[in-house]
Design a binder for this molecule. Sequence first.
Ligand code: GDP
Length: 365
Amino acid sequence: ALKAGIVGLPNVGKSTLFNAITQAGAESANYPFCTIDPNVGIVEVPDERLDKLTELVVPKKTVPTAFEFVDIAGLVRGASKGEGLGNKFLAHIREVDAIVHVVRCFEDENVTHVDGKVDPISDIQTINLELILADIESVEKRIERARKNMKGGNKQHAQEVEVLEKVKAVLYDDKPARSIELTDDEQLIIRDLHLLTMKPVLYATNVSEDEVSSADTNPYVLKVKEFAADENAEVVPISAKVESEIAELEGEDKAMFLEELGLAESGLNRLIKAAYRLLGLYTYFTAGVQEVRAWTIRKGTKAPGAAGVIHTDFERGFIRAEVVSYDDLVAAGSMNGAKERGQLRLEGKEYVVQDGDVMHFRFNV
Ligand code: GDP
């Protein structure tokens, strides 16, 4: 399963946010392929399309798709030098597909700041520097190895060195590897280095509970937005404290509390949606009377691969898929309606599944 890692300096609100995530918790029985670990929280991905399909089909059960948040606490200045448990945390970051960087934007004299004052940009740079230093180490090791291999006159290694040098220069400029434009070929060359600063990032700006409804204009948040714009990163303002309170409520109570706060949607929902986008994922649906369900695939997945997300047998025995786009299905009002309009397509093995496809697989067992 795909994972987003939560990082940030100590005392910025990571645990508070992570607790809200596990509290809001998905029913893990629905997600047998997810990790069971105290540092992993499974979240359901809110999707209005799933609600609409449920209205249309009236199934016995509706199951959203899910992904995992991993709590990666303990990243501090000096981590890249292996200070404290530093290197262990960097190794955890290496395993995630995207990073949610929690930044302190709340004032509270009772909560110590590791550097003595609230300064989100300086905090971000402290963490980023550790990641950059760790990447420099990886890149330099690889350059050394590629240089040795190059002596045999191997062209491939020469190209590798060229790309690595390019990345190294950016890192030495204190910028993340993701800030350079690389061709697909170049990306492929360095992919197995799993560079930490190549991973997509979003900044979760943790504001005080009093400022939750005006978070967008909070001066700290505005600074982070400016910083993030340069990096093409997204910013999601959130109040970890408020989210942990919201997570304890359900149904009507929750709706009322959100209304009191002047919020259309919980910050956690916004964070989940943003992280899902950040992971570059698509959702397709299956819609039967037993179950209406959302499934996650990577962009570019073909029909058999998408079937394999449900069950490996579906992939192995794949024959064809019946496909209707979500929009067409909703416009037609029913599966039969879509069929009459000629919008129910039969697709084969080479079909690239689109976001919002409603699919039914035919397969041999
Ligand atoms: P972590 O070290 O990043 O995991 O930070 P924690 O989640 O443990 O939070 C550190 C302290 O800050 C705790 O005492 C939290 O209650 C407090 N805290 C977290 N978020 C907020 C917030 O939005 N407002 C205020 N006032 N305190 C917060």
